[in-house]
Design a protein around this ligand. Structure first.
Ligand SMILES: *Cc1c(COP(=O)(O)O)cnc(C)c1O
Length: 372
């Protein structure tokens, strides 16, 4: 019996990084400074420089708070409508509801699985305050038409870049297109912390100033409450780990792309598998390697029996989740999103996945389709 292949495991890819992180964490412990200190300031500066000249990064507690803060900073609240893809993770829709706005769901593109300008345009109304594209699975949306659309209608563009650290559109990084962007550093993300973490990125100084205060009870200066804020601060331990990992982000993403290339070559014309497509001008960073097949459930079971872990991103689209029934959508409202939920399967792909493990996955997939 071959070894199990995990869907995801944290491995010391680029050997020695784990030790660097341990040492950095020990430094913070010894420093005795744990919240909004030098490590956070350095990380914000370094991640900002990585993204682009003039982009400011504000660390917050998690990706959800980054979305909420970005929406609030952009003035999106009560009475506003925000266009969101119907096939994203629940966090995106939740953030819109959290600021008191109404999520208006859009059908994704059937090839890229992303929100498109054409899809968004159909549902713009006089109340639309923002478009919230999600760069799903590590591939950016086609940003130019979305930017044109937001300018034409005078509405904000907020990017959910939680799955797209390092992804490019026309050579420009995800998170640098809109009025503001939200990143998550949840451990499994392409740039992941040792716990929760998130950040807002924006080149608008009004928005960054708002975010800086909002995350810390409205204070810029201690005990001066300039606005009604919350507590959503990035802590020093997360920031120090992120600083180490940021240096290797490009290497991690290159490895993800290399592994994806192997799957793309080996799984071509296997059964009815639909492989992920790279959209024009997009550099995919494969946060998720999502294949599609009509036999999804039986394939997942087959792989599990062979010791291979997989994931489903996501099994139930937002509009069919019990919590969001009040939005008024029903089965059939978004046929593409519903089809994706029924057929998508995410394969193991992470920095440190071994050649022999990937071969095991490929072999098992081929066997499944030869047999059926
Ligand atoms: C992970 C994720 C979030 C939320 O991030 P958290 O840090 O878990 O709060 C938001 N949007 C998308 C698309 C995500 O994948």
């Amino acid at each position: 019996m071959p070894d199990k292949v995990p869907f995801l495991q944290f491995r010391d890819f680029v050997p020695g990084v784990h030790q660097q992180i341990e040492e950095a964490v020990v430094q913070v412990l010894r420093s005795g400074h744990f919240i909004l200190g030098e490590e956070v300031a350095h990380f914000e500066k370094e991640f900002g420089e990585y993204l682009s000249d003039g982009v400011k990064v504000i660390g917050v507690g998690n990706g959800f708070d980054a979305l909420v803060t970005a929406l609030k900073a952009a003035g999106v609240g009560e009475g506003a409508e925000v266009i969101v893809p119907s096939n994203s993770y629940m966090a995106t829709v939740n953030a819109v509801l959290q600021v008191g706005a109404k999520p208006i769901l859009a059908e994704p593109d059937a090839d890229s699985y992303n929100l498109t300008a054409a899809g968004a345009e159909k549902i713009i109304t006089a109340r639309t305050k923002a478009i919230l594209p999600v760069h799903l699975y590590g591939q950016t949306c086609i940003m130019e038409p979305l930017l044109d659309l937001s300018r034409k209608h005078g509405i904000k563009l907020i990017e959910d870049a939680a799955q797209a650290h390092g992804a490019l559109y026309k050579g420009k990084l995800a998170g640098t297109f809109g009025d503001a962007a939200a990143f998550s550093f949840y451990p499994t993300k392409n740039l992941g912390a040792l716990g929760d973490g998130g950040a807002i990125a924006t080149s608008d100084s009004g928005l960054s100033e708002f975010a800086e205060k909002y995350r810390n009870y409205g204070q810029q200066q201690k005990y001066v409450g300039e606005l009604v804020g919350v507590n959503s601060r990035l802590d020093e331990i997360q920031a120090t780990a992120l600083r180490v990992k940021l240096q290797y982000l490009e290497q991690y993403n290159a490895e993800r792309r290399r592994l994806a290339k192997v799957y793309l070559k080996e799984l071509k014309a296997v059964g009815d598998i639909i492989l992920p497509k790279s959209a024009p001008n997009c550099t995919h960073v494969y946060h998720i390697f999502c294949i599609r097949t009509r036999s999804r459930d039986s394939l997942q079971k087959w792989l599990l029996e062979k010791g291979i872990g997989t994931g489903i991103h996501y099994p139930v689209p937002v509009h069919l989740q019990p919590a969001y029934r009040f939005l008024g959508y029903k089965e059939g409202s978004f046929p593409v999103a519903e089809e994706l939920a029924k057929t998508s399967l995410s394969l193991p792909l992470f920095p440190g996945l071994k050649e022999q493990e990937q071969e095991q996955v490929i072999r098992a997939l081929k066997e499944f389709f030869q047999r059926s």
